[in-house]
Design a protein around this ligand. Structure first.
Ligand code: NAD
Length: 436
């Protein structure tokens, strides 16, 4: 199949590269010239494990190319995916569809022959109808079928997720698109990844309903964690105790500083706005958003309380800035709010993150960046693990203790056992664990 991917970001690049790895002929288009120049030079514009190698292999084998020229790249293709950003619109929290609709308009002007247009971006219900309307308006003779195919990959495990998805959801109104989409995903179908065909609006809603459910599940265990601290229970054991129930499932039951990232915050908000517009409010998700928003700042206060109630002029070392490990993505990371809360209370912040510091510099002011956890901990009055990168799982606690001014260890991801840390002379605070 001849495939073009519009948008070479976290989703577009990974999807495009994986499609080429299946044997399809793929062009990844982005309007960001720096991104395309980097890719052409063999440099990855994002950090995603395994990406560089599979890009190199598929470019070498002639199945993968990059371009900034949308017009040239959409002629004579079987399938064109739109994988551009859909951030929250400033002011009202609705999904900002301007990038999707601009791309659709541009594609319509240059597309030739029967082409399946696929929205891979996360878009509110009804966007497929709007994409189709805009394209027909821009080019009434364009022979197109507009399909919804939301993406469920997770940053940090994106390639594996794309190649071994739990399911592939395809929403369509024009049956001519069905064999084309089946062919696009045939290699995965042979791997027994189920292809779920639905109506287009249903497919659009599946993505939001899924993400909002996961955000709610995280928020639920976070509130249970708070209760655990009050009643003297252990949230990790509660999570295991409920997670073994097949109706609940063990995943997304890790208590922490609140969800963040480029998807959950904006997608929960967009779902709530859609539901309100249709006078069918989803109160569970409205509450999820409110609880999660207050939690992040409360995590800053948790550090302050652990430090005896005053951090003015004291140095706090933050380990982990990205919203989760194995990505450089800083969008809506809880670390941003936590650091702001600490700075508002007068703390001096030193931070270390294996991959996120370049992006963090653009978002966080007055932070000193260190090149290792131990440099960050030098003379610190508190050490806070915000993101559970693997390299923070076996820190040399004796070395940290020797470097710090005050041995306070706040573990927002419950990476460590209480006894392990206290044995080295630290006071230790975890999440949802009585006595640590
Ligand atoms: P991103 O910001 O990393 O990438 C979007 C890219 O699109 C940018 O590089 C931008 O320059 C490019 N672009 C915008 N308009 C363009 C145009 N007209 N022509 C060419 N390029 C254009 O975003 P992302 O994280 O990859 O997310 C893309 C979509 O996928 C969003 O709707 C998001 O909600 C959804 N999604 C993201 C994830 C994730 O983990 N990041 C997972 C599932 C779904």
């Amino acid at each position: 199949m001849k495939i073009t991917m519009i948008g070479a970001g976290y989703v577009g690049l990974v999807s495009g590269v994986c499609f080429s790895d299946f044997g399809h002929d793929v062009i990844c288009v982005d309007k960001d010239t720096a991104k395309i120049e980097a890719l052409e030079a063999g440099r990855m514009p994002i950090y995603e494990p395994g990406l560089q190698q599979i890009v190199a292999e598929n470019v070498r084998d002639g199945r993968l190319a990059f371009s900034t020229d949308l017009a040239e790249s959409v002629r004579d293709r079987d399938v064109i995916f739109i994988a551009v950003g859909t951030p929250s619109r400033r002011g009202d929290g609705h999904a900002d569809l301007s990038y999707v609709l601009d791309a659709a308009r541009q594609i319509a002007e240059h597309v030739t022959g029967f082409t399946v247009i696929v929205t891979k971006s996360t878009v509110p219900v009804g966007t497929g109808d709007e994409v189709e309307r805009i394209m027909r308006e821009a080019n009434p003779s364009a022979d197109i079928a507009v399909v919804s195919n939301p993406e469920f990959l997770r940053e940090g495990a994106a390639i594996d997720d794309f190649k071994r998805p739990d399911r592939i959801v395809i929403g369509l109104e024009d049956d001519r698109a069905r064999p084309v989409m089946s062919e696009v995903y045939r290699p995965l179908y042979l791997n027994h990844s189920p292809l779920l065909f639905t109506a287009r609006r249903t497919s659009e809603l599946i993505k939001y309903a899924g993400n909002a459910f996961l955000a709610m599940k995280i928020t639920y265990i976070n509130e249970i964690a708070d209760l655990c601290e009050k009643v003297g229970a252990n949230v990790q054991e509660v999570a295991r105790g409920i997670g073994l129930d097949g109706r609940i499932g063990a995943k997304f039951l890790h208590a922490g500083p609140g969800y963040g990232g480029s998807c959950f915050p904006k997608d929960t908000l967009a779902l709530v706005k859609t539901a309100q517009d249709y006078e069918s409010p989803i109160r569970l998700i409205e509450t999820t958003i409110a609880v999660n928003d207050t939690r992040k700042r409360a995590m800053g206060r948790k550090v302050i309380a652990a430090a005896g109630g005053d951090v003015r002029g004291r140095k706090v070392a933050i380990l982990g800035l990205t919203f989760k490990p194995n990505t450089d993505d800083m969008r809506d990371s809880p670390s941003i709010t936590i650091i702001q809360a600490l700075q508002d209370a007068g703390a001096l912040i030193t931070a270390y993150d294996p991959e996120g510091m370049d992006n963090a510099r653009k978002l966080l002011e007055d932070v000193t960046y260190a090149d290792s956890p131990y440099v960050a901990a030098q003379d610190a009055d508190a050490l806070v693990i915000v993101t559970e990168w693997n390299e923070f799982r076996a820190l040399n606690l004796a070395r940290l203790k020797a470097a710090m001014r005050t041995p306070l260890f706040v573990d927002m991801r419950n990476v460590y056992q209480v006894s392990e840390v206290t044995r080295h002379g630290f006071s230790y605070v975890g999440v949802g664990r009585a006595g640590g």
